[in-house]
Design a protein around this ligand. Structure first.
Ligand code: PLP
Length: 452
């Protein structure tokens, strides 16, 4: 565990190496060029110019080697440019790059569906359909749930994130930057209370049952349970701030859905593929969703997404009702099969659980010395800390920005999250070396000390 199992493509030295300020002179020139070409609404957290990445590092055009604690937002779980993925992509690209599965099908698509049917929670008969992005998968889960139930309403929770298309903006909670000015949004979307233990007024203990009761009451009295096609929820909230639902909330909501003919859709787009120390985060709560959406960690960095679910639900849609030009592109499917194989053969799910313990204990230790860290939470290699004004739970987004900026300046890529912009989240590649992870966390601790 001390060295990275670098199946990573470019055999990059697994080290932090800072040779210029960050961003350096080349990065600054690149940023100026980018601003002249790329729409300013598309942001970048750390405006360097990437030239290579692998294992747990990202190398920029100034020659700096940064520790990656973000994985491109939980995407490169198997590491960047993993050679198994890169080779599979090259081989498939040389054979054929696209025929459109809806016109002339090929094996890779079917194999990815077989793998998803096998790996996702539950032993029931399943079917899958492939798409290009997480948002597209969520949209299709709603399409499928509406046809399968003959109902229109969709229930989501406070602090949810499900994407940036029109319907998924409606499903997403946070206004700025995701929704502001982009409405009107799709109708028939209803939001219920989420069990957010750190911020639940009567405390973390009572959070799960009380939030579930409030959510069920809202569905019964204001929406009408018999009008609801689906409840969609991330089993651990991602963009919302890595909120692990208060105990019993998820199982109670899943049972309520079952009792009322509502399909429970687990959005595992950020939590899937070993990220939380299990294949899928639902497994931590022993819940079996009717449908699962996946994307991000599925294909080693290539764009692929899926809906997987009970065969009778998935097959309720009329022929031709699901699809898309590129969905399940052959090159991307080859990447997914290589990434899934790598997660299994290299034991990356177990590795995520093991490294996650180190990550969490180090964050706990930082919190014990810093009254501005209100909460540390997460599972596996999906962990975060919520920053507040000491002695209160008032969010501290300014310090959060300062902490993240300080880590960037020292060559560690960290990301923020949270409805209040006050969460620092950690999503290292599952293949990161233990030493590199610890070095990255040393820098985080320094950044915390410097911003106290
Ligand atoms: C990222 C994300 C999405 C959207 O995926 P895209 O590929 O960006 O469209 C949806 N749900 C969750 C939970 C996500 O983290």
């Amino acid at each position: 565990m001390t060295t990275s199992p670098l199946t990573g493509g470019p055999q990059l030295p697994q080290q932090r190496r800072i040779v210029t300020e960050i961003p350096g002179p080349r990065a600054k020139a690149f940023q100026a060029r980018r601003l002249n070409a790329v729409a300013s609404g598309v942001g970048s957290t750390l405006p360097i110019e990437v030239v290579a990445a692998g294992g747990g590092v990202i190398v920029d055009s100034d020659g700096n080697s940064l520790i990656d604690l973000g994985s491109g937002i939980a995407v490169v779980n198997v590491g960047n440019a993993a050679s198994a993925v890169a080779n599979a992509v090259a081989q498939q690209a040389a054979a054929f790059t696209h025929t459109c599965f809806m016109i002339t099908p090929y094996a890779g698509y079917v194999e990815v569906c077989e793998q998803l049917n096998r790996l996702t929670p539950g032993n029931h008969d399943k079917r899958s359909a492939l798409f290009n992005s997480g948002a597209e998968a969520v949209e299709n889960a709603v399409k499928i749930a509406r046809v399968a139930t003959g109902r229109s309403a969709v229930v989501v929770v406070d602090h949810a994130y499900h994407g940036r298309t029109n319907l998924t903006m409606a499903l997403t909670a946070k206004s700025m930057p995701y929704k502001a000015g982009f409405g009107p949004f799709a109708p028939e979307v209803y939001r219920v209370p989420m069990a957010y233990p750190y911020r639940w007024s009567t405390g973390a203990e009572s959070c799960g049952p009380e939030a579930a009761a409030a959510a069920m009451d809202h569905i019964r009295t204001e929406i009408g349970a018999d009008r609801v096609a689906a409840m969609i929820m991330e089993p651990i909230l991602g963009e919302g701030g890595f909120i692990v639902p208060g105990e019993s909330y998820l199982p109670e909501m899943v049972k309520f859905c079952k009792d009322n003919g509502i399909l429970f859709v687990a959005d595992e787009i950020q939590t899937g593929f070993g990220r939380t120390g299990k294949w899928f985060a639902c497994e931590h709560e022993n819940i079996v969703p009717d449908l699962v959406t996946t994307a991000k960690g599925i294909a080693g960095g290539l764009p692929l997404a899926a809906v997987t679910g009970r065969a009778e639900i998935m097959n309720s849609v009329h022929a031709g009702g699901l699809g898309g030009t590129y969905g399940g592109n052959p090159v991307v499917c080859a990447a997914a099969l290589a990434a899934i194989n790598m997660i299994e053969t290299e034991g990356l799910v177990e590795r995520s659980a093991q490294l996650g313990e180190i990550l969490q204990s180090r964050l706990d230790e930082m919190a014990s010395q810093d009254p501005g860290i209100g909460d540390v939470r997460g599972r596996g290699l999906m962990q975060a800390m919520e920053l507040v004004h000491p002695g209160t739970n008032k969010p501290d987004p300014d310090r959060t920005k300062a902490v993240i900026a300080a880590t960037h300046a020292k060559g560690v890529v960290t990301l923020s999250a949270g409805t209040y912009g006050n969460v620092v989240r950690f999503l290292p590649p599952l293949v990161i070396g233990e030493d590199l992870l610890n070095e990255g966390l040393d820098i985080v601790a320094e950044a915390l000390a410097a911003t106290r």
